[in-house]
Write a protein that binds this ligand. Structure first.
Ligand code: S3P
Length: 437
């Protein structure tokens, strides 16, 4: 789908917005709900394409799941109760569904085949299958990628060190450990998002996390009890409006009920560090911190960001490029090679697309650098999402301050994580949602 973008916004963004539910927590709610005994109820579930891939996969494995709007009810089948369907499970575009399910299926009964779309089929899966082999898992990849075939087996406990800083890989290993007899230990390279650990504790698992958040000890075969989960707003969706309101002069918006888990707030911290103006009112609900954010426009200065900061800002790094393009001075992002294996090569995609708007991005193997406040002309008004939701949304924000018409190819990719993104942006910009062709 081609979309006309909002450009030349003079009046800033105004109003209050509740962003949709957290993607990571929505996936995990379905998964733990299925593995628990009894009923789990999710409120504010994210009904985006990725989370619906997870929901459908568990239905295909015999789990009864009812959904009315953003309310989901799951009748758990217990730790080993999933059934192998007679067809492949469709992972769609979702890396989280695929990688976490690999850990879950390692200890089930039967043979499961996972397939995905063209983008997902290019992404590395051996980063999951290799450490899962330490638990005795029996997984065949296709040259390290999808399609993947998992033959369930009696997995055993293990002590493993992660080779990549990835919450998806960590969570897959936690799910394998859950199904093994005895105590497993999972050691992280850097702390990554901990929604799996928090939710497992809430469901009754015996799981301990070290003070530095890098070591997880987990006793296998607990009985998980179904829970009611209030899914907070997704920080990674709120991020787009935090950046838009910071950059467009005259803006003043409030974002309600945004998840503030510290493993996810890297962008909030970074905007403050660059001179941004965000007031936070925080509280805790259901084991996850959340709060309201008031964001007003500000003049920014450049920053440097390295490997240690990357996990808490991983999905927001395309937005960091946009912040850097408007800040005074040269910003450097390094230690972010993971960006090259996301839904697309995000370093290449952002350099190419921002380049069309006259913003010079210098690529590094593991990041980029950008000198802000350049005054070059638009070179090509036809932007492209590269089929990547986060690249598409970032470009829609880049357009706001460009004074000529721009189009976005592949705009429908936003449905992967934020189906109503364009409508929400139009509302805060006080514009009609632009026509699509
Ligand atoms: C996710 C973890 C991150 C993130 C992805 C969601 C999760 O991926 O980029 O959007 O829900 O665990 P990695 O763990 O591969 O960095």
């Amino acid at each position: 789908m081609m979309k006309d973008l909002i450009t030349g916004l003079q009046t800033g963004l105004h109003g209050t917005l509740t962003v949709p539910g957290d993607k990571s927590i929505s996936h995990r709610g379905i998964m733990l709900g299925a593995l628990a005994t009894g009923r789990t109820v999710l409120h504010n579930f994210l009904t985006s394409a990725d989370c619906l891939s997870t929901l459908q996969a568990f239905r295909d494995m015999g789990v009864t799941i009812d959904r009315t709007g953003t309310n989901v009810t799951i009748d758990g089948v217990g730790l080993h109760g999933l059934q192998a369907p007679d067809h492949a499970l469709d992972m769609g575009n979702s890396g989280t569904t695929t990688r976490l399910i690999m850990g879950i299926l390692a200890g089930q009964t039967g043979t499961f085949r996972l397939e995905g779309d063209a983008s997902l089929s290019q992404r590395p899966m051996h980063r999951v299958s290799e450490p899962l082999a330490d638990f005795g898992a029996n997984i065949m990849t296709t040259a390290g990628k999808l399609p993947v075939t998992i033959t369930g087996t009696a997995v055993h406990s293990a002590d493993v060190q992660l080779a990549v800083a990835s919450a998806q890989v960590k969570s897959a290993l936690i799910f394998a450990a859950l199904q093994a007899d005895g105590m497993s230990v999972i050691r992280e390279k850097l702390p990554t998002r901990d929604h799996t650990e928090r939710m497992l504790q809430a469901f009754g698992a015996d799981l301990e996390v070290s003070a530095d958040h890098m070591t997880i000890a987990l006793e296998g075969k607990p009985t998980l009890h179904g829970q009611t989960v209030e899914v907070p707003g997704d920080m990674s969706s709120a991020a787009f409006f935090m950046v838009a309101a910071t950059l467009v002069p005259g803006s003043d918006i409030t974002l309600k009920n945004v998840g503030l888990n510290p493993t996810r707030t890297g962008l909030l911290d970074l905007i403050q560090q660059m001179g941004g103006n965000i007031d936070v009112t925080a509280r805790v609900s259901g084991g996850e911190p959340l709060g309201d954010l008031r964001v007003r426009s500000a003049q920014l200065h450049a920053v440097d960001l390295g490997a240690e900061q990357v996990p808490a800002i991983i999905d927001e790094l395309p937005l960091v490029a946009l912040l850097a393009a408007h800040a005074q001075g040269t910003s450097h992002v390094t230690g972010a090679a993971e960006l090259r294996v996301k839904e697309t090569d995000r370093i290449k995609a952002l350099a190419t697309e921002l380049g069309k708007l006259g913003i010079q991005v210098d690529e590094l193997p593991d990041g980029f650098f950008i000198t802000g406040q350049q005054t070059a002309a638009v070179r090509d008004p036809q932007l492209d999402s590269w089929g990547d939701h986060r690249i598409g949304m970032m470009l829609a924000l880049a357009a706001l301050q460009v004074d000529q018409p721009l189009t976005l190819k592949g705009a429908d990719a936003v449905g992967i994580s934020y189906p109503q993104f364009f409508a929400d942006l139009a509302e805060l910009a006080n514009k009609e949602s632009e026509t699509s062709k």
